[in-house]
Design a protein around this ligand. Sequence first.
Ligand code: ADP
Ligand code: F6P
Length: 326
Amino acid sequence: MTKIKSVGILTSGGDSPGMNAAIRAVVRAAIYYGLVPYGIRHGYYGMITGQIREMKSQNVSGIIQYGGTILKTARCEEFKTPEGRKMAYEQLKKHNIDSVVVIGGDGSFKGAGAFSAEYDIPFVGLPGTIDNDIYGTDYTIGYDTALNTVVQAVDKIRDTASSHDRLFFVEVMGRDAGFIALRGGLACGAEAILIPEAETHLETLKNYLEEGNKRKKSSNIIIVAEGDDAGGAFTIANKVKEDFKDYSVRVSVLGHIQRGGSPTAFDRYLATRLGVAAIDALLDDQKSIMIGLINNDIVHTTFNKTIKQHRLADPKLLKLIDILNV
Ligand code: ADP
Ligand code: F6P
């Protein structure tokens, strides 16, 4: 039988749509299994400073459809130090919290791993980031919503791009990985997609535009992941403009709209399954693991593994762009 009687819940790092659905699932599953849930506000900063309060079932009523996180989130340098983590431990002890669920990205799991190596309080993680770049899960909470936001935005840009015969560079988020750019670009019929996982050759892009020109192709949408090796959308657009002086070129950086909004049905479903599985894992005396969904099954991956293995988008899918641009 588990000794655990309570669980602290926090969201950490960059927010993502579906975090509220995950908080709701963790709180309700905890209560269902007889644990006392505590909300920790502002991520690890709130853990250090004692922003901790018991949560009741009604505290998570009516939040499943909202983006952001009711617990707020933060980045906290102090938690990276042993002194900071000691203060966090003292706060957890003071509130009788004997397990923790952290919803965040791999940085948050690094923090959880460091804490668990020093103190005997089990931590379980849920992958919450729009980037989808976490090893140990097919999907992260928030990715699907961000993709849908990108598709809606690019559909609108496409209207004006084709009315004016313009070349648009649309920058999407993803500083280390091109999942949003790749799947978002395919879903909105982009003419080219530039991602960090594949070296960008501007000459190839220019040749493609030249070819399109010959075929009287009058407008183009190029999706650029913010972390692309050739630079951001503005840099790339400026380089292309040098050779295509007659083109009407515009740049649109979608930015933080990708981080907000009502989560899609898939993100709510994912968050709900992972949230309940986090409590199952703690009751099963598991610790230092992230819960993921692979082939629709719950999978546990150690923090060590998920931190060390960097998950990248598959550049082979770029071949689809060549096929579809025939
Ligand atoms: P994400 O979780 O979205 O990747 P960050 O990388 O900003 O976001 O990490 C979130 C927080 O996790 C950091 O602000 C810090 O408090 C904690 N953290 C990150 N890396 C470490 C580390 N190496 N040791 C301890 N804590 C860390
Ligand atoms: O990790 C999620 C993410 O949205 C990245 O795609 C982006 O590069 C980064 O966070 C932006 O961070 P901030 O909100 O701190 O500007």
